[in-house]
Ligand binder design. Structure first.
Ligand code: ZN
Length: 41
């Protein structure tokens, strides 16, 4: 069961900013669709 969960996350596409398209590094508990710079606007 644990392995299937790992597979699930492996298959997730890398998060990209909806505004600028940059990859989003999930540093905080932030689940927005925009990167830090675009969120700060
Ligand atoms: Zn952005």
């Amino acid at each position: 069961m644990v392995e299937s969960i790992v597979e699930f996350f492996k298959n997730l596409p890398p998060k990209a900013c909806a505004t600028c398209g940059n990859d989003i590094e999930e540093q905080h508990e932030c689940y927005s669709n925009t990167c830090e710079s675009c969120t700060m606007v």
